[in-house]
Design a protein around this ligand. Structure first.
Ligand code: NAP
Length: 299
């Protein structure tokens, strides 16, 4: 029997509706609304699409969306000065610099210039430290969203074997921390892992965050497991017409679906959760900065 499809699009829509209701309620009470500033340096086509979508959803949630587009050759100190201005602006509650940034800039310096309390991407070392220490801080949006989807599929994660393929700061490492917090036994794999197939076969929860199209084969998947495919890969799709492309994940989806108990599709799985969690982080930042209670939005 094919696996249950984990519908990230539907879940994310419900989450965004819950956030919008809370924004509306706070606006009526305090005459204030959350503000999210997104900075894009250069004109990477994929980043342009992400930034545009973030803007659309931010406004739809009733928040203030500020977009700053800087040319690729912008000196680093100009970007840092812009972040500094936004740090001081009381109408800006969250700041996100769309990654990657041009190679003449230090990504780490840029991240560390954002005030930790406005770092809604959860990449500042202070927020990373909070997460590792099991304390409350901002958590990167993609693993946060992926964890919500897992918890929606498995009521109690205690003692489950979770295998994560990928150890990036953006996805793999925070994902591991979040699953550890849920009392999973966590294994992190990467490009030097020996016998990846064998490790994956032990996974009750398998998270693929690699960026290699359909690398995870069906015979790597433990029957009855939950598979979360974070990968987004654009590949040629001649069946759609000459020169056409399509998006696929890191997992061989159709065959894996026959083995797993539940699986996220690409697109429509983890991706939509990323933006919804960015809005949730921005709402939380707004509440903390204004001394309002953090809402507990459940969907
Ligand atoms: P990344 O920084 O490139 O990290 C990729 C990880 O995969 C690295 O840890 C790398 O290992 C590991 N890896 C590469 N080849 C491998 C192999 N053959 N076997 C095992 N591990 C291997 O990428 P990322 O930022 O984490 O993103 C991963 C994927 O998720 C990408 O497709 C990205 O587009 C997607 N993504 C999606 C969203 C979303 O919203 N849906 C958000 C973020 C990212 P080493 O560390 O040893 O090099």
């Amino acid at each position: 029997m094919p696996a249950n499809l984990i519908d990230g699009k539907e879940y994310a829509t419900r989450l965004r509706v819950g956030i919008a209701k809370e924004v509306e309620r706070l606006k009526k009470l305090h005459d204030l609304k959350p503000g999210l500033a997104v900075l894009l340096v250069g004109n990477d086509p994929a980043s342009e699409i992400y930034v545009r979508n973030k803007g659309i959803h931010t406004k739809e949630a009733g928040m203030e969306s500020l977009e700053f587009r800087l040319p690729a050759e912008t000196p680093e100190k100009e970007l840092l000065a812009k972040i500094d201005d936004l740090n001081k602006d009381p109408n800006v509650n969250g700041i996100l610099v769309q990654l990657p940034i041009p190679s003449h800039m230090s990504q780490q310096r840029v991240i560390e210039t954002i005030l930790p309390e406005k770092d809604v991407d959860g990449l500042h070392p202070i927020n990373v430290g909070y997460l590792v220490s099991g304390l409350d801080g901002f958590v990167p949006c993609t693993p946060k969203g992926a964890t919500m989807l897992i918890k929606n599929s498995i009521k109690d994660l205690t003692g489950k074997n979770a295998v994560i393929i990928g150890r990036s700061n953006l996805v793999g490492k925070p994902m591991a921390q979040l699953l550890l917090k849920e009392h999973c036994t966590v294994t992190i794999c990467h490009s030097r892992t020996d016998n990846l197939q064998k490790v994956c076969l032990s996974a009750d929860i398998l998270v693929a965050a690699v960026g290699r199209p359909e690398m995870v084969k069906a015979d790597w998947i433990k029957p009855g497991s939950v598979v979360i495919d974070v990968g987004v890969n654009r590949i040629p799709a001649p069946e759609k017409g000459e020169g056409k492309n399509k998006l696929v994940g890191d997992v061989e989806f159709e065959k894996a679906r026959e083995i797993a108990d539940a699986i996220t599709p690409v697109p429509g799985g983890v991706g939509p959760m990323t933006i919804a969690c960015l809005l949730l982080n921005t709402l939380h930042a707004f509440c903390v900065q204004n001394g309002f209670e953090k809402p507990d939005i459940r969907v």
